[in-house]
Ligand binder design. Sequence first.
Ligand code: FEO
Length: 400
Amino acid sequence: MKPVEIKDGIFWIGAVDWNRRDFHGYSKSHMGTTYNNFLIKDEKVALIDTVAEEFWGTLQCNLANVLDAGQKIDYFVINHLEPDHAGCLALAYEKYKPSKIYTSPMGEKSMKAHFHYKDWPVEVVPTGTEISLGSRRLQFIETRMLHWPDAMLTYCPEDKIVFTNDAFGQNWATSERWADEMDRSTLEQLMKAYYANIVLPYSPVVLKTLKALKEMNLEIDTICPDHGLMFRGDDVQWVFDKYVEFAEQKPLNKAVIVYDTMWHSTEKMALAVASGLASEGVSVRVMSMKSNHHSEVMTEIYDAAAVIVGSPTHNNTILPSMAGVLNYIKGLRPQNKIGAAIGSFGWSGECVKILNKALEDIGMDLIDPVKVKHVPTHETMSQCYEQGKAIAAAIKAKLA
Ligand code: FEO
C-alpha cells in the first residue's frame, strides 16, 4: 500500500501483512495485520518506528515515495523494541544514518540487548522530554508494561496526534487506514481479541496510564497505533472508553466451556453443562481444543463470567491440550471469573482435581466439579446439567 498523508507533513508509511495468521508465534490473527509506522517532514525529518524486517523492501519504497530528492531522515523515534516494530531498525540505521535515535530509558536497554550496537547515537527520552522538529514538537510519555517495559507514546501537540505503538491496535489487514471507514462490530471484535491475548495482564497499567493521560489534558484528535486502523475525531474518545471497558473486565452473562475428549464422554458432559447453563438464560460457548486455538478460547473467556474446563484423566493427569490452554489462560491473568471442572475417567480419576487446582491458581471462584467413570449415564448427565444450572445461579449472583 502506498503512503497516506494523514496530516499535513505526517505520513503513514506502514506495511500490510495480508496473510499473517500466526501473530508473534502464539496467537491467531485471522484477518492479517499491519505494521504502521510514520514519517514526519518538518525542518527536521523524523521516522516513528519501523516495520517487521520482512517488509524492509516496502519501507524503503515508502520512504522513497515520501522523502524529497536528497532529503535525509534526521531522527528515529523508537516507541517499542519488539521486532514487528523495530525489525528494520539496524537496516534503516545503516541506510539513513540519522543523527539521533530517541527511545525510552527501558528502550535503550532493550535496544542494546536486541541489536548489540556499539556507536549508535541513541538518546534516552524519559517522560516529559520534548524535542523540536522545527514548526512542531514531539513529546514522549513512557508507558511501561503496556505491554513491554520499553513502551512509550510519542505526542505532537501542534498536530494533536499521538503515536501509541501497540496500545489501541488490532490485527486487521485492510486497504483502509481509518477506523471510521470500516465495520464497527468487526473492529470491536478484533480489538477485543488483541486486548485479550496481548494487553490483558497489564490492565491495571492501562487504567493508570489512561488516567495519567487524562490528567495531562493533552489535546488529541488522532490516535495512531502500530497495528490496524487509526482513530480520528469522535473515535478518539470512543477508543479511550473502549480500553477502559476492556481493562475493567466486567463480565457478561456468558460462560465458556473449554474441553478436550478421548472417546467423547467428557464432550457429552460438556454439552449437558451447556444445556443447564442455557436453560437459565446464560449465553454459552462450547469450545473443543481439537477445533479451537488457545487464543480464540482466550478471546471468548475474556468477557465471560464463568469458565468450565473439561478433560478425561489420561496417564494420571489431564490431556496435553488442556494443560496448554490452562497455562496460557493463567499467564494472561483474567479477573472476575467463576470456574468449574468436569471430566471422565477409567480408573485413577485425577482429572477434576488437577483442573480445579489450575482454575484456583488463576484465581477463579470454584463450583463443585463433576466426574464420570467411563461413559455418562442419564443420572450423571443430569448432574452435569445441574452443574450448569448451579453455575448460572453463581453468575446471576455475581452480576447482581
Ligand atoms: Fe506489536 Fe509488542 O509488538
